[in-house]
Design a protein around this ligand. Structure first.
Ligand code: HEM
Length: 457
């Protein structure tokens, strides 16, 4: 876990031993697709070791909370994740994609000028640039102001702190050895938490400023929480129609949404671009679909992109090959025990599906390591050896991803508009990182991915 190799190791163990592997004395890993139905919709809880309370805060958040709190949080936030609300956010998202495209064009123009040419190209690390746009979008949609990454083409310190997954996972690993964990906590000097405390200060400030500005017309998550609070106070706050959040709950959940909603989009798009560049014929098919479907950039909208079947297939294939949460999604068998894939399991057994192992297994997908978007379009041909029920990129059940509508909108818009505006290629002498070899600390430790962009229009 500390070395970022655990999901890789579990994948090897499944290849060696099959559908069910005992990966620890009390922990079973499943790649049989039937396990999805038996585990996730059943409301099994996350094990305590994986419910991390971020340092410096005590309020519950969507991940570290009781079941009652979880139901309350999801109820308060649900309107903000609805398809209707996400459609209201589209113009904000398009604005950041405009900025991304303008910045790439600006760089191309500067390099062309420097070289004395009329048109030119530029090389960018797509991991970094997609991260900029993804963080700016989710900051704006959460607390009404972006991180300014695209303005300065640099990460905000908040992002650098919240993305320290390696440290967070090393601390989580010590929870398996309570004495070590207590010892570590006892000797950790307050100065070690300086960056985290600074991150909370920024979070508090952003949420406070948004609350002070007030107004529930702007389509962001603080609006949604304020609307819930207003309904709760009308309701007497009795837990009837009105459910609400405290100020600190608002801050920790806002942080959670920003972290979950940015890393995930960056992973899928960086992965998809990497695979498209390695498979030029697939890139050509996608490029043809986008450039033949639309006559003008202004026609590229979320609603129109839903009908672009190859684009949707490419994104599904990206989520299969580069799952945003590649590590096992662990859950605890409840006190009454449970049956998973026909196995009767006692209370407190940790059960999980590891997406990385499951989506790359020949048991569930034909030609599992190939980038084959066609499998999602022709289930009877390229997809004939696939088990579609084995693929749940947003998980299932009460702890599934609430951000699916927003995720699809961002993924479709960013990829389609990049394809519309630019020809992308592997720069001479550059080798793209091999996705499979990257480390995993909850999320992929994404290596820089240098891509050459030249203006198509
Ligand atoms: C490609 C995009 C995305 C994918 C593939 C994805 C996938 C997932 C998955 C698999 C989980 C469940 C994790 C587990 O059970 O351990 C999850 C949880 C979550 N996701 Fe996403 N996600 C994406 C985008 C987003 C976005 C854009 C947002 C926010 C705006 C978001 C917010 C969340 C939150 C808050 C949770 C925790 C839910 C809970 O525990 O109740 N995700 N996501």
């Amino acid at each position: 876990m500390v070395k970022g190799r655990l999901p890789h190791r579990i994948k090897h163990l499944h290849a060696q031993y099959g559908d069910i592997v005992r990966v620890a004395p009390d922990e079973l890993s499943f790649i049989d697709p039937a396990a999805w139905r038996d585990i996730y919709p059943k409301n099994f809880l996350r094990p305590n070791e994986y419910k991390d309370q971020p340092p410096g805060k005590t309020a519950a958040n969507l991940i570290a909370c009781t079941e009652t709190e979880h139901v309350r949080f999801r109820k308060v936030l649900a309107p903000g994740f609805s398809e209707r609300y996400v459609m209201e956010q589209e113009s904000i998202i398009q604005g950041y994609i405009d900025q991304l495209i303008n910045k790439i064009n600006g760089r191309i123009a500067r390099e062309a000028e420097a070289e004395g040419k009329g048109t030119g190209k530029t090389t960018l690390d797509v991991v970094e640039w997609i991260n900029y746009v993804a963080f700016d979008i989710i900051g704006d949609l959460t607390w009404g102001s972006s991180f300014g990454c695209l303005d300065g083409l640099t990460y905000h310190p908040w992002i650098q702190t919240v993305s320290q997954f390696k440290t967070a996972l090393a601390v989580a690993a010590t929870k398996f050895y309570p004495i070590v964990n207590r010892g570590l906590m006892a000797i950790t000097p307050p100065s070690a938490l300086k960056d985290v405390m600074e991150m909370w200060k920024v979070t508090e400030q952003k949420v406070r400023q948004r609350v002070e500005r007030g107004g529930m017309e702007r389509p962001d998550f603080v609006s949604i929480i304020l609307a819930a609070a207003a309904a709760a106070s009308k309701d007497g706050g009795d837990g009837g129609k009105g459910e609400s959040m405290t100020q600190e709950e608002m801050e920790v959940n806002a942080m959670m949404i920003v972290a979950a909603g940015s890393e995930s989009v960056t992973t899928v798009l960086a992965g998809v671009i990497n695979y498209l560049l390695r498979n030029p014929e697939k890139l050509a098919t996608l490029t043809h679909e986008i450039r033949a479907t639309f006559r003008a950039e202004s026609e590229i909208t979320g609603a129109a992109l839903k009908n672009c079947s190859y684009l949707n297939a490419v994104l599904n294939e990206g989520m299969r090959l580069c799952p945003t949460i590649p590590d096992s999604m662990r859950r605890l068998v409840p006190a009454r025990g449970a049956i998973v894939c026909g196995q009767a399991l006692p209370a407190d057994t940790v059960v999980s599906i590891p997406p990385w192992a499951s989506y790359r297994s020949r048991r569930n997908f034909g030609r599992p390591d190939e980038f084959l978007p066609e499998r999602w379009i022709s289930p009877d041909q390229e997809g004939k050896d696939d088990s579609k029920i084995a693929f749940n990129p947003f998980c299932l059940g009460p702890h599934n991803c609430p951000g699916q509508n927003l995720a699809w909108l961002e993924l479709r818009l960013i990829l389609a508009r990049l394809i519309w505006g630019f020809d992308m290629s592997i720069p001479p002498g550059v080798e793209l990182p091999s996705w499979e070899e990257q480390g995993i600390w909850w999320f992929w430790d994404k290596m820089p991915t240098l891509v050459s962009f030249s203006q198509f229009r």
